[in-house]
Design a protein around this ligand. Structure first.
Ligand code: GLY
Ligand code: MN
Ligand code: MN
Length: 436
């Protein structure tokens, strides 16, 4: 794996040439008072180093003769390690992580300038930590002040995103293996959830069983707070309280994915709590399923990413018109976004180290992002007939029989040379499969 991290650094360094790139580890996040969340490294930092400790900075200086990759890390400290765990320390940062040079993080201000003063620009992502941004800007300013003395030094700061994130967008074989495993674990959990769900269950019971499987299979845990939403709770897109007791005759929407080896899956299924759909649930469900199938069919190399959403929106809008929930001419309804009270989110996002993974969706108004092999994206159309749906004036009142039904179906799809592969296909979604 170290070889792959090195290759990624080399690839990035080839692109930044005479610049110096700086990456910062993720900060520790506080749960409450002095208790912290389990540490999770920043995805860019991890992608380039595999290093998973806090309080670290990675510097890539391709133009520096000896030190092209430098790590600043927390030094070994026996007493602190007893409380909060193993630290790699300075020496192992070189031996295990391949740094050409490593320093204690406390020496960042002193040592950093030597890696910047011959660079023509700094590649750095201005993150949420204002004080660290200020630190980097301070170095930049002081090098600008002394530029006349040297005649070298950075004269611009450029975001690392466009270069690094276009690399992260296309997954390697190693990454794909981890993604497959994240998908397989979540698949098992969803299948089990469908097996055990019954009227009278509490949403948290299903959540607990799924998250048990995530950990049991070696996953890091949920990829995001699991959504287990019964009845009208399914109309709240990010419902995560998961406290309600579900009833016969309702639907259960589960949006839950697993993190495995830092990579994520993201699956949604909606199915009857009892044995069968009601006619209304089934009608809406079939529209969403058809939208998802048609959207997935558009995933192949050469097609624009946008086609996935546009296809889903068309099928959903046609379905709503057929049911009399929307009224009007399809193209016009789509153009005026009249479907939005019932379908208010996008159909697809990139998936990888981040659940909403990095990478652009279009390059300006007239240049779409074209799908290519190795990209992984979700396809997640839905319909949500919210009780207080605010309708346009020219639209009919929603018939009460539809109200309170929320449906989403989401799979993770790999773009392959010949089209696509649905990584999460083994979770049932056909009507006769989810009815019991
Ligand atoms: N669960 C987050 C998403 O589906 O995008
Ligand atoms: Mn999801
Ligand atoms: Mn998603």
């Amino acid at each position: 794996m170290q070889t792959e991290y090195r290759q990624r650094r080399e690839q990035l360094m080839a692109k930044i040439g005479t610049g110096t790139a700086i990456f910062r580890s993720a900060p520790m996040a506080v749960m409450h008072n002095d208790v912290e969340y389990t540490y999770r490294q920043d995805s860019d930092f991890f992608y380039l180093t595999g290093f998973n400790e806090a309080q670290a900075v990675a510097v890539l200086a391709p133009h520096h003769g000896e030190h092209r990759f430098v790590l600043f890390v927390q030094p070994k400290d026996r007493e602190k390690e007893v409380w909060s765990g193993y630290r790699c320390g300075i020496d192992a940062a070189k031996e295990l992580y391949g740094a050409d040079e490593a320093y204690p993080i406390s020496e960042l201000d002193e040592k950093l300038p030597q890696y910047l003063e011959k660079a023509d620009r700094i590649y750095y992502h201005l993150g949420r930590d204002r004080s660290f941004n200020d630190k980097i800007l301070g170095h930049y300013q002081s090098l600008l002040r002394t530029y006349p003395k040297r005649g070298t030094g950075p004269i611009a700061i450029e975001d690392t995103g466009p270069i690094l994130h276009s690399m992260r967008l296309v997954k390697s074989e190693t990454e794909l293996e981890l993604m497959r495993q994240a998908a397989a674990i979540a698949t098992e959990a969803h299948n089990y959830a469908q097996e055990i769900t019954a009227p009278g269950c509490y949403e948290y019971e299903i959540q607990a069983e799924m998250e048990r499987i995530f950990r049991l299979r070696g996953g890091m845990g949920p990829a995001y707070p699991s959504i287990v939403a019964s009845g009208a709770n399914a109309c709240v897109l990010h419902y995560i309280e998961n406290v309600r007791q579900m009833q016969d005759g309702e639907l259960l929407l589960i949006d839950a994915g697993c993190a495995y080896g830092y990579y994520n899956s993201d699956i949604t299924r909606t199915f009857p709590v009892g044995r069968k759909f009601t006619p209304e649930q089934k009608t809406l469900y079939e529209i969403v399923l058809e939208a998802q199938k048609q959207a997935i069919a558009q995933i192949k190399p050469g097609n624009p990413h946008k086609l996935v959403h546009d296809t889903a929106v068309r099928v959903l809008t046609e379905g709503l018109v057929e049911l009399g929930i929307l009224k009007g001419e399809i193209d016009k309804l789509i153009e005026e976004e009249k479907y939005k009270p019932y379908y208010m989110h996008r159909t697809s996002h990139w998936l990888g180290l981040d659940v909403h993974d990095v990478g652009v969706y279009q390059h300006g108004d007239d240049k779409p992002q074209i799908l290519q092999p190795g990209q992984i994206l979700t396809v997640e159309p839905g319909l949500y007939i919210v009780p207080d749906t605010k309708l346009a004036e020219d639209q009919p009142e929603t018939d009460p029989r539809w109200i309170g039904i929320g449906i989403r179906i989401e799979d993770d799809v790999l773009v392959t040379p010949g089209g696509n592969e649905v990584l999460t296909a083994a979770v049932p979604k056909a009507v006769d499969e989810v009815e019991r």
